[in-house]
Design a protein around this ligand. Structure first.
Ligand code: ADP
Length: 588
């Protein structure tokens, strides 16, 4: 087999004749090999990798440009060649016979406007449906902070006006492509969505999303766009189903049906009646138990509405992001009664991950790429991290990462405890997280000041997509000790990158990680699971993981290979969404 193609990759590599790494054999025809840079192998799961035929492996030459903690530009901020030029997209994927048109209306989309899993899910699901032959668009606010470099073919589509609080606000709609997915960006000519971050600008967030929900429908109305499905996500777009069924379907939109996905029940979109009035609805009409009233406020002054509850009531179908979380939400929380009432249209569909974006065999941010059949590159990634962050270069020390929003849900006390426990037991740990709450930020800052001078722990209080890839790749284990977790993507991404998950048994974590020592289903075993929310429970899982890592290297290598081969992609679950879409679509 000839060496056929190599994609140009990050300048963190320099080719030289001095180091030889075994690599996989990409399956495409030979194109240009840029020897100025080193390479990424261009594929992974579908590769014809010949680990058993070393003479056929590509012996490409490279010399990693090793980072140091004293670098002027930290290694995760270096210029990377490009984002996800990824040929893994299966060209001949079977198409569904009866294509739908789906428009997602969302506050987040990865990678241009991502804060957490919502952004990943929208992008991954959209791509999976596109690949199956459906037409998909994603509508999101044109945040000032949006990463414009990642949008191709950005152009002004139309200018129109949308109502808000007694005025018609001039609004631009732009179209573009984000990693081949069509997007429509809504930009009002007012202060909404201005600022350095997706959330937390100096405008009123609730009002901005009320405006956005109506502006998306208004755009469909003025352009005559009638998708089969409008797919809304979270409370931010929760007013849209109300606006659709009580306003726009009396105008000219008739065809669309509405799907709501609830990614996290904790955020329910508290809204006063007079605030809902601002998008043109009569808020008082929704203040009933069977519509949008927040049940907990009944009898109080003022009684409040919940946009999420309204969306549950008004959507044709409601989905949450894992089967276990569905059960949990029917049993606890104040929205349980609304969900039980609407049980017939409530589904639990496990999220997938976008295996195009999350691909250790091709992603440009890694100092070396790898795949399940040859994980040598993973060792390079670990060393790269250790060197770049000034951790002891110690191959046998298990490296645990925790990549998470630092909020109570994520088990903050367990993350803090893990830091000291791991340090005490000869491991290394890197926490990458952002804390929206100033008090939590200060607590972790104090921990960072305490630990970051040593050579075993790094606490990095920031958001970096690029660094997150490097951490998932360089880690031996990924820790997700959530108190509750609707689905969780970190454990799935970790597995894709060969990092063994250590998780608390809750929500989607319980649906995706199965304990190595659980004899009842050994074929499913893929990580370490604990149940309690106490430190001893966590210790038990961590200690067992460390024991396997240190004392059973062959078993460990097998686990790494096994978790990399688990299919947590959208290929597996997108069909369930398509079934939901088809069950409610109408033909005109
Ligand atoms: P949630 O949606 O509750 O934040 P998920 O596990 O579903 O949790 O998804 C989190 C996503 O956000 C993952 O892709 C994770 O890698 C990413 N992420 C979280 N914090 C950071 C951070 N500080 N920097 C980069 N990525 C992050």
């Amino acid at each position: 087999m000839e060496v056929m193609s190599v994609s140009v990759s990050s300048p963190v590599f320099r080719a030289s004749q001095s180091r030889v790494f075994d690599y996989c054999v990409p399956i495409r025809k030979k194109t240009v090999i840029d020897r100025k840079f080193a390479f990424n192998c261009t594929n992974c799961s579908s590769l014809e990798v010949a680990a058993d035929k070393p003479e056929l492996l590509t012996n490409l030459v490279k010399d990693v440009d090793w980072p140091s903690p004293t670098d002027e530009i930290p290694f995760w901020k270096r210029k990377f060649h490009t984002r996800d030029v990824n040929p893994e997209i299966p060209v001949n994927k079977e198409k569904d016979s009866d294509p739908l048109h789906v428009i997602h209306v969302t506050a987040e989309m990865a990678p241009i406007a991502k804060v957490g899993g919502l952004g990943d899910v929208v992008t991954g699901l959209a791509r999976a449906c596109l690949l199956r032959g459906h037409k998909v668009d994603i509508m999101l606010p044109f945040y000032e902070c949006i990463k414009k470099d990642d949008i191709q073919e950005l152009s002004l589509l139309s200018t129109y006006s949308s109502y808000f609080d007694g005025n018609w606000i001039q609004t631009n709609a732009y179209s573009g492509l984000v990693s081949d997915i069509p997007v429509i960006l809504i930009e009002p000519m007012n202060q909404f969505f201005k600022g350095e971050d997706v959330y937390g600008g100096s405008y009123n967030e609730l009002e901005a999303y009320l405006f956005f929900s109506r502006a998306c429908l208004e755009w469909m109305q003025v352009t005559g766009t009638q998708p089969d499905i409008i797919h809304v996500h979270e409370w931010q777009t929760g007013a849209l189903p109300l606006l659709y069924w009580d306003m726009y379907c009396y105008l000219s939109l008739h065809k669309p049906r509405i799907v709501l996905t609830i990614h996290n029940m904790e955020h329910y979109g508290e809204c006063r009646q007079e605030q809902l009035n601002k998008c043109g609805l009569d808020g008082s009409l929704y203040a009933t138990i069977d519509k949008a009233i927040d049940d907990r406020t009944i009898g109080h002054n003022p009684e409040r509405l919940s946009l999420l509850k309204g969306a549950i009531v008004y959507s044709n179908s409601v989905v949450t992001v894992s089967p276990t979380y569905l059960q949990e939400t029917l049993c606890s929380g104040w929205l349980a009664s609304a969900l039980i009432t609407n049980r017939d249209k409530y589904h639990g569909i496990l999220n997938g991950i976008d295996t195009v974006m999350w691909n250790p065999a091709s992603v440009a941010f890694l100092p070396a790429n790898y795949h399940a059949q040859n994980t040598d590159g993973k060792k390079v990634c670990k060393q790269y991290l250790q060197r770049g962050l000034g951790l002891a270069f110690e191959g046998r020390a298990p490296l645990v990462v925790c990549i998470s929003r630092l909020v109570a849900q994520k088990g903050l006390h367990l993350i803090k405890h893990a830091i000291s426990h791991i340090e005490k037991h000869g491991g290394q740990m890197i926490v990458l997280g952002k804390a929206p709450d100033g008090r939590v930020h200060s607590e972790f800052e104090a921990l960072a000041n305490l630990h970051n001078k040593g050579s075993t722990i790094r606490i990095l209080l920031m958001y970096s997509e690029e660094l997150s890839h490097m951490l998932y790749a360089g880690a031996d284990m990924v820790l997700v000790p959530s108190i509750y977790e609707p689905c969780g993507l970190a454990q799935m991404i970790g597995m894709r990158y060969g990092s063994v998950p250590i998780v608390r048994k809750t929500g989607g974590l319980a649906d995706t990680v199965f304990d190595m020592d659980d004899q009842s289903q050994p074929e499913m075993a893929n990580g370490f699971v604990f149940e309690g929310i106490d430190e001893a429970s966590l210790n038990w899982a961590l200690d067992r993981a460390f024991f396997y890592y240190k004392e059973k290297p062959i078993e460990w290598a097998n686990i790494v290979q096994k978790v990399m081969q688990i299919d947590n992609s959208w290929n597996k679950t997108a069909s369930k969404y398509i079934d939901v879409y088809n069950s409610i679509r109408v033909r005109w």
